[in-house]
Design a protein around this ligand. Structure first.
Ligand code: HEC
Ligand code: HEC
Ligand code: HEC
Length: 152
């Protein structure tokens, strides 16, 4: 390879190879929502308020959209039991556990709500669909967890 070709090759791939890594909250960038759910669902986003709209009067389109994330054999009525907002998501998981039959398991329900509609989702539009706004990496042990707490 002559000098010009080497220079040309470097000019093409060096900038790409040196590009700054994507900023991932909690991994290589600041996490603005360290308490997960309750740090983001504040004010008019309070989950206790949001869930109160599921009182049996919700429109058929919204109900059909959420039904998609429920297990086979569970037909949602669109009527939610009262919630206090004291310990989210731990209190949710008491009814929405992974093997729950009477309520949709929380993982597919929340992944569906926040991520499944892609660019149409406000979570993707406003928060880049970041997994780490809910899932927190313990950098010492390499394990994941989801913090739980009271509504602010
Ligand atoms: C960084 C912000 C953020 C975090 C963290 C977050 N959410 Fe959300 N959540 C949103 C946004 C934005 C929406 C609206 C999604 C849409 O409709 O496009 C939403 C929607 C919801 C809804 C639907 C409410 C309704 O009926 O309209 C529920 C339930 C929900 N979130 C629960 C949770 C739980 C539980 C957690 C924690 C495990 C959580 N969220 C973490 C931003 C967040
Ligand atoms: C006491 C049990 C219980 C608790 C606690 C609970 N849920 Fe539910 N949840 C249910 C049941 C039962 C359904 C199915 C209701 C239906 O048929 O529409 C449901 C359904 C839902 C739905 C689908 C909409 C609907 O009403 O059908 C969402 C979203 C939801 N729950 C989110 C949450 C979140 C977030 C929390 C914690 C803040 C929570 N739930 C706490 C029992 C519970
Ligand atoms: C809005 C909050 C939220 C976001 C965002 C989120 N998760 Fe989750 N995820 C949860 C919850 C809640 C659970 C269930 C925890 C439990 O059951 O103890 C879960 C469980 C999981 C599980 C194990 C259960 C399963 O579904 O297999 C995987 C894998 C997972 N998440 C991957 C991801 C990935 C990948 C992303 C980003 C693309 C992501 N999650 C984004 C809330 C979230």
């Amino acid at each position: 390879m002559n000098r010009y070709l080497i220079a040309l090759t470097l000019a093409i791939w060096v900038p790409a190879a040196m590009a700054a890594p994507r900023a991932i909250p909690g991994i290589n960038a600041k996490d603005a929502y360290p308490a997960a759910c309750v740090d983001c669902h504040v004010k008019d986003m309070h989950l206790s308020t949001k869930l109160a709209r599921w009182n049996g009067t919700v429109d058929a389109k919204s109900l059909a959209a959420i039904q998609a994330f429920a297990p086979k054999g569970l037909t949602l009525k669109g009527k939610h039991p009262p919630v206090t907002g004291k310990d989210i998501p731990a209190s949710c998981l008491k009814c929405h556990a992974a093997m729950a039959k009477a309520a949709p398991p929380l993982a597919p329900l929340l992944h569906g709500i926040h991520l499944a509609s892609g660019d149409q989702s406000d979570f993707v539009k406003q928060f880049q669909g970041e997994c780490t706004y809910c899932h927190k990496l313990n950098k010492t042990t390499g394990t994941w967890s989801i913090p739980s707490g009271a509504e602010k």
